[in-house]
Write a protein that binds this ligand. Structure first.
Ligand code: 2AM
Ligand code: CA
Ligand code: CA
Ligand code: CA
Length: 268
């Protein structure tokens, strides 16, 4: 990795820690909450301010870099291409947890160059766990290197999945997900896709599944997962798009293959 990328990684880390401090401070005051696409899809002033913080830092420091964030702060609007250097940021992943629990939420920062994941950071703000990786340079949790993951068979695996999807009758994946949940050892629902994927990388979960995520939910996680030998794709096994939303399965490679071939891989 060239010096340039080490610099970017260092700066990204500083900004992410600084943003985390601001988010922690914001929890001392009442937080205004609004709904977005549906009553359960929440956003707060803190989400927007945090995204604004990154956008301003990036524009000041790297005027030629591009920006994609969940809350649409960038004046360029929606990103059309992955050419050049692109920062893909979820200012708060797990907003419902942020609002209700004041715990279990993360800042997720991915830096891509011509579509390749170069740097990924997931900062679990309240538990002070900082996951980061840079391309071909390993993945780390609070500075300690994460080891390449070891496989676990499906019936001894714990996967992250949102239990709500198992009872939503209109969800086309309801039955395959129920079958999967029946067959694994157990499931967990932490409510932050970024944290759950970081947990896969750290061997706390064996896999994570979501019926709908967007690039800012997984941009950082993809960089981290790759460094420990995990894989991520759509349910159909296709590469995840950084410009579009869709299904996501992130897991240890053998488990990933098995879940796709035995449960999720067919077209629904
Ligand atoms: P968010 O908190 O940044 O919105 C919750 O199960 C996980 O799914 C969170 O990581 C959440 O990210 C993500 N998610 C993606 N799209 C969502 C949506 N439309 N509504 C709620 N959570 C969503
Ligand atoms: Ca959101
Ligand atoms: Ca998110
Ligand atoms: Ca978010």
């Amino acid at each position: 990795m060239s010096l340039n990328w080490l610099e970017i990684e260092k700066i990204a880390k500083e900004w992410t820690l600084e943003a985390g401090e601001k988010v922690k401070e914001a929890l001392h005051n009442p937080i205004e909450v609004k709904s977005k696409s549906n009553p359960h899809d929440l956003v707060t002033e803190v989400d927007k301010k945090t995204e604004q913080f990154f956008y301003q830092k990036i524009k000041q420091t790297f005027p030629d870099h591009h920006f994609l964030g969940e809350e649409g702060i960038a004046e360029e609007g929606i990103l059309q291409s992955l050419d050049g250097t692109v920062w893909i940021i979820d200012p708060i992943d797990g907003t419902m947890n942020f609002v209700h629990q004041k715990y279990n939420f993360a800042i997720s920062v991915g830096v891509y160059h011509n579509g390749l994941g170069m740097v990924g950071m997931i900062y679990d703000v309240m538990s002070n766990e900082f996951f980061h990786a840079s391309r071909d340079n390993g993945a780390y949790l609070n500075g300690e290197e994460l080891v390449p993951v070891k496989e676990r068979v499906l019936d001894e695996s714990i996967i992250g999945v949102n239990g709500k999807w198992l009872v939503e009758e209109r969800n086309v994946y309801q039955n395959p997900l129920r079958a999967l949940v029946r067959d694994v050892r157990s499931i967990r629902s932490y409510g932050s896709a970024a944290i759950e994927m970081a947990y896969v990388a750290a061997d706390r979960l064996d896999g994570y599944i979501s019926v709908k995520l967007s690039p800012w939910d997984y941009a950082a996680a993809l960089v981290i997962l790759k460094e420990v030998g995990c894989v991520a794709s759509s349910f159909a096994g296709n590469e995840l798009s950084l410009l579009d939303s869709g299904t996501v399965i992130a897991a240890k490679p053998q488990l990933h293959k098995e879940i796709i071939s035995s449960y999720l891989g067919e077209e629904f």
